[in-house]
Write a protein that binds this ligand. Structure first.
Ligand code: GLN
Length: 201
C-alpha cells in the first residue's frame, strides 16, 4: 500500500489550487500535471472543474491526450469533478460538435444539464462511501443520463432543477462528481478518492 500516494491535478485550466490543497489535507502528495513527464510520476490523477471544451483542447495542445488515455486504460485511479466528469465520460449529450473526451467511465453525461439559466445551486447530499451529508456545489454542472453495468451510482440530487438525477458515480478506480467538493473545505470526497487510490496499490 502506498501510504502517501502522489496524486496529479491536471493543470491546464480550471480550479487546480483548490484540488491540490484538498488532496494534501487528506494525506496525498499533490502535484500539477501539465506535461507527459509529470504524468509519469503520479499514482493517480484529478481532472478539475473548469470548461471541458477548453480543457479538451489544451490537453491535446500539451501532448497529454494519448498519455492520459493510456494511463486510464492501464487502470490509473482518476477523479473528475464537473468538467472533469465530462472529460472522463465515454459519451456526452449537448457537447460542442467537435468536443471529444478522454473516456474511461462508461456513462453518458449531459453537459450544462441543470439549464444554462441556472448557473449554480447547492444541496446537501448523501454519497455512498462517505459518512453523513455533504454540501454539493453545482456550477453549470453536468448530470449523468445513464450508466453502464459496471458503474456504481453514489449519489442523486434530492431536489432542485434536476431532482433524482445521478451526480456521483464510480467505476472501479474512476470516481466522478457533477459538483465541486474542492470548493467547500469539506474533504470527505477527496478522502474517498485517496482510499480508492490506496486500495489499488
Ligand atoms: N459547464 C462546464 C463544461 O461544460 C463545466 C462547469 C464546471 O466545471 N464548473 O465544461
Amino acid at each position: 500500500m502506498v501510504r502517501r500516494p502522489t496524486v496529479g491535478v491536471l493543470a491546464v485550466q480550471g480550479d487546480v489550487p483548490e484540488h491540490l490543497a484538498a488532496l494534501e489535507s487528506v494525506g496525498a502528495r499533490a502535484v500539477r500535471v501539465r506535461r507527459p513527464t509529470e504524468l509519469d510520476t503520479v499514482d493517480a490523477l484529478v481532472l478539475p472543474g473548469g470548461e471541458s471544451t477548453t480543457i479538451d483542447r489544451l490537453v491535446r495542445t500539451f501532448g497529454l491526450y494519448d498519455p492520459i488515455r493510456a494511463r486510464l486504460r492501464a487502470g490509473m485511479p482518476a477523479y473528475g469533478s464537473c468538467a472533469g466528469m465530462i472529460l472522463l465520460a465515454d459519451r456526452i449529450v449537448d457537447g460542442r460538435p467537435d468536443q471529444q473526451t478522454l473516456g474511461g467511465l462508461d456513462v453518458t453525461v449531459r453537459r450544462n444539464a441543470f439549464g444554462r439559466q441556472v448557473d449554480s445551486y447547492e444541496e446537501d447530499l448523501t454519497i455512498a462511501g462517505t459518512e453523513g451529508r455533504i454540501r454539493a456545489v453545482f456550477i453549470r454542472a453536468p448530470w449523468v443520463e445513464d450508466v453502464g453495468p459496471g458503474v456504481e451510482v453514489l449519489a442523486r440530487t434530492g431536489h432542485g432543477p434536476g431532482a433524482g438525477r445521478i451526480v456521483a458515480v464510480r467505476e472501479g478506480p474512476v470516481l466522478a462528481t457533477s459538483f465541486h467538493p474542492e470548493l467547500t473545505g469539506d474533504h470527505r470526497v477527496h478522502r474517498l478518492f485517496i482510499e480508492i487510490v490506496r486500495e489499488g496499490s
